[in-house]
Design a protein around this ligand. Structure first.
Ligand SMILES: C[S@@+](CC[C@H](N)C(=O)[O-])C[C@H]1O[C@@H](n2cnc3c(N)ncnc32)[C@H](O)[C@@H]1O
Length: 329
């Protein structure tokens, strides 16, 4: 439901000039006014602290005295435009058009997947391993490289590039929107020189994947891993606005994961590793499937995230990373 600010502010006054059932109309208007006010408050507290007052898309600094100023018509319109988008359940990240991931601020736009906080922990794990290997001199002769399947906005790839100045990353995604957004974010952050972004569907074009990527130290992915039947129960913010191809992992959530594991031995160097963010139900299934189908891979460990929260899907959040290592030949 949308009400202009002027309508809401004027409503109680207009109602006093009506002679028939004025009291009822007045009551109704007060109810509408109260309802809209509450929704606005909810919207505002829902927004990231950094943008709490949302008075400008240019991130105006909010001075204390400005709190008592009346909004200009232009600003009022702007607030209502933003509120209307939020009331349609558009995620705050898309409304603002950018969001922080680790130490990066990334441009975001629908339908490209919004990076989740738990994925920061996946990045931390990959970084720790790559830094340790780098210190130990593993792979020091050549420039280290990493492959990301399903780069989305570029959150994982760009975080790795930012922290590891010698790393080269091959980022793949089947979505043109995602490929363009990753390139845009890379340029904004000055990380484009060590990043190669390609539009590839890993399910359909394995040969192309192999021609683009080889001898990588790490293969990392936050793939689509939801069970198809769970899609229906997603919050409207996710279901209506995010690309379903970024979420839907097929009947058992493992469609893309199995393909990644099949390609992994061909993409990785001898001591290379696969890092996956998966559903809490997946680790034993993945382990069993990999042992039966990909003999060059050896399962190493599963880690839970530290938050213990499950923010975007209606279940307890304990996401797992199954970290599967390729045996030395
Ligand atoms: C869960 S999102 C992760 C995005 C990003 N890595 C992140 O963590 O924010 C999964 C990504 O995988 C991509 N994807 C899905 N199926 C794919 C496929 N068959 N080949 C390549 N990319 C795929 C989607 O387009 C989406 O961008």
């Amino acid at each position: 439901m949308y009400f202009s600010a002027e309508f809401i502010i004027c409503a109680p006054v207009i109602s006093t000039h009506c002679c028939w059932s004025a009291a009822h109309i007045k009551l109704l208007f007060y109810f509408i006014y109260f309802f809209a006010f509450c929704r606005s408050l909810w919207l505002i507290t829902d927004l990231n602290q950094k943008y709490v007052f949302l008075l400008s898309t240019q991130k105006e600094c909010l001075e204390r005295k400005r709190l008592t100023e009346f909004l200009s018509c232009e600003k009022t319109e702007q607030v209502w435009r933003l509120c209307t988008r939020r009331l349609s359940r558009m995620p705050v990240q898309y409304i603002i058009g950018e969001w922080d991931f680790r130490d990066l601020t990334l441009k975001l736009r629908p339908p490209v997947f919004i990076p989740r906080p738990e994925t920061e922990e996946l990045v931390e794990l990959v970084l720790t391993d790559l830094q340790r290997e780098s210190r130990a001199g593993v792979g020091s002769a050549a420039q280290e490289s990493c492959v990301e399947v399903g780069c989305g906005s570029g959150a994982i790839s760009l975080s790795l590039l930012k922290s590891l100045p010698r790393l080269k990353v091959f980022a793949l995604d089947q979505s043109q929107d995602a490929v363009e957004l990753t390139r845009e974010n890379a340029s904004r952050l000055g990380l484009q020189d060590r990043l190669q972004v390609s539009r590839v569907d890993v399910m359909k074009d394995a040969d192309r994947v192999l021609s683009l990527c080889s001898s990588a130290s790490a293969l990392v992915s936050n793939p689509p891993y939801l069970f198809s039947e769970d899609l229906q129960s997603l919050e409207p913010e996710i279901y209506r606005f995010e690309d379903h191809a970024a979420l839907d992992g097929g009947e058992d959530g493992l469609t893309v994961i199995k393909q990644i594991l099949t390609l992994a031995p061909l993409i990785l160097s001898n001591h290379g590793r696969v890092y996956l963010e998966v559903d809490p139900r997946h680790p034993p299934l993945i382990r069993q499937w990999a042992e039966e189908n990909v003999e060059e891979l050896r399962f190493v460990e599963t880690r839970r995230d530290t938050s213990g929260r499950f923010v975007f899907i209606n279940k307890e959040k304990t996401f797992h990373i199954s970290n599967i290592v390729k045996e030395a030949y």
